[in-house]
Ligand binder design. Structure first.
Ligand SMILES: Cc1ncc(COP(=O)(O)O)c(C=O)c1O
Length: 372
């Protein structure tokens, strides 16, 4: 066990280094602070991560989902198939455009939408499927795209946790009608707050640019009703610094995860499964524990190992979803979602972990095995 005076290892460690600070100051001194040259350069740079698709920067991942759904014309009367095992933002975006959320169950290995469950959830009102690349593992996009093509549905990839994840060599955000990314500080790269939308469709990209800016391309010549979801140049400048570091950080996360998976041998603990052809970029390193999870987490915390549950309550059980469903007598059958919500624990995997940190994490998790 680690000595009692060892520093706790945080679950996440957002980086705001000297380069990020210098970039922000440079923009502030320039006086050009909103949607200027830094945003354009950030969009161009990010495009390389998504096979050259058009990229449109906005002020958060939630805005990215919201605007992409709007740009695809999804609204009242439409249904969107969403996993309940995700952050609420995935479903919230659907509700924000006035469409209905239909929950489908997940694959127990990858925690992402199960293609068969998606197909079973399709109705005449289904307009789109929203796979979430949870924890940085790509959803089964080959099979989901086949289902979408067969039924002529849009696909909105929620890649908010999955920058540079890929399946069979294709990056997430380059499969569907569009993809969305978050640059919240705890993500694999950040821009303080921010989001990005990728799409292969130039018309959709143009609509997104209008929607984020009150429907204007030229000032006061409003073409459609839009919002203000612009990214600041300060955010974009920070994002560009982080984008340059992302490849190295991602390799480090993958190496950290490989170390943990190789050395965690505790009975009653299941380490992450990587699907064939998948590039998991380990936004989270998430284990399943059998037995008393609260007790296990308390032991990890006692040993100074940061840990957290993403997400303890599936979206369908959150009040804004649960109450209307109860009223309507609607019950979702989501056994794998319920089981995952009860069993998962995420451990530190961020690139600033030292070898000593990794050894401490392994020791603490393996010590759990005796009690699980
Ligand atoms: C899966 C998922 N979707 C959407 C979002 C929303 O992103 P943001 O917090 O940037 O609005 C997040 C971020 O936490 C997320 O994890």
């Amino acid at each position: 066990m680690p000595s009692s005076n060892a520093q706790p290892i945080p679950a996440a460690r957002p980086v705001i280094g000297e380069e990020e600070i210098e970039a922000a100051v440079r923009v502030l001194r320039s006086g050009r602070v909103v949607q200027g040259p830094e945003v354009a350069a950030f969009e161009e740079g990010f495009s390389e991560l998504v096979d050259g698709r058009h990229c449109v920067a906005v002020n958060s991942g939630t805005s990215a989902l919201h605007l992409l759904l709007m740009a695809l014309g999804i609204g009242p009367g439409d249904e969107v198939i969403v996993p309940s095992f995700s952050f609420a933002a995935s479903a919230n975006a659907v509700r924000l455009v006035g469409a209905d959320v239909v929950f489908a169950d997940i694959d127990p290995d990858t925690y992402c939408l199960a293609p068969a469950a998606v197909e079973a959830a399709i109705t005449p009102r289904t307009a789109a499927i929203m796979p979430v690349h949870l924890y940085g593992h790509p959803a089964a996009m080959d099979r989901i795209m086949a289902v979408a093509d067969k039924h002529k549905l849009a696909v909105v990839e929620d890649a908010c946790q999955a920058h540079a994840a890929a399946l069979n060599g294709t990056p997430v955000g380059a499969f569907g009608s569009g993809g969305t990314f978050s640059f919240y500080p705890t993500k694999n790269m950040h821009s303080l707050e921010g989001g990005m939308i990728s799409t292969a469709d130039a018309e959709v990209a143009r609509t997104l640019r209008l929607l984020r800016n009150q429907g204007m391309e030229q000032r006061y010549a409003n073409e459609i009703v839009g919002a203000n979801m612009r990214m600041t140049d300060v955010s974009a400048a920070v994002g560009r610094v982080q984008l340059a570091k992302l490849p190295g950080w991602t390799e480090q996360r993958i190496a950290n995860a490989a170390y943990l998976s190789q050395h965690i041998t505790a009975q009653g603990v299941v380490t992450p499964v990587v699907a064939e052809g998948a590039r998991h970029i380990y936004h989270q390193y998430t284990i399943r524990v059998s037995g008393d999870r609260d007790a296990a987490m308390a032991k990890l915390t006692e040993a100074g190992i940061g840990n957290a549950v993403y997400y303890p309550t599936p979206i369908h059980r959150l009040k804004p979803y649960w109450e209307p469903d109860q009223k309507a007598g609607r019950n979702w059958d989501l056994p794998e979602t319920e089981r995952a919500a009860a069993e998962v624990v995420s451990l530190p995997v961020h690139p600033s972990l030292t070898e000593g940190d990794l050894e401490r994490i392994v020791t603490a998790v393996n010590a759990l095995g005796e009690n699980l």
